[in-house]
Design a protein around this ligand. Structure first.
Ligand SMILES: [Zn+2]
Length: 58
């Protein structure tokens, strides 16, 4: 499963979640994507550097 990196816009905490795509979409829809530190739901998806380097074209 992919690992998603998030950054909290409230406190700046960076954290990662391992979620399937449907899980991620559901959490986003329900507002359950939450900062583990301050519980803010103002989280921004940031690119995972490891994934950025993998070049899968198929
Ligand atoms: Zn936070």
């Amino acid at each position: 499963m992919p690992e998603y990196m998030y950054k909290c816009e409230s406190c700046g905490e960076a954290f990662s979640l391992v979620l399937s795509l449907p899980e991620r979409e559901e959490k986003q829809r329900l507002g359950e994507l939450q900062c583990p530190r301050c519980k803010s739901t103002e989280v921004e998806h940031i690119m995972e550097p490891f994934f950025a380097k993998t070049d899968r074209k198929s």
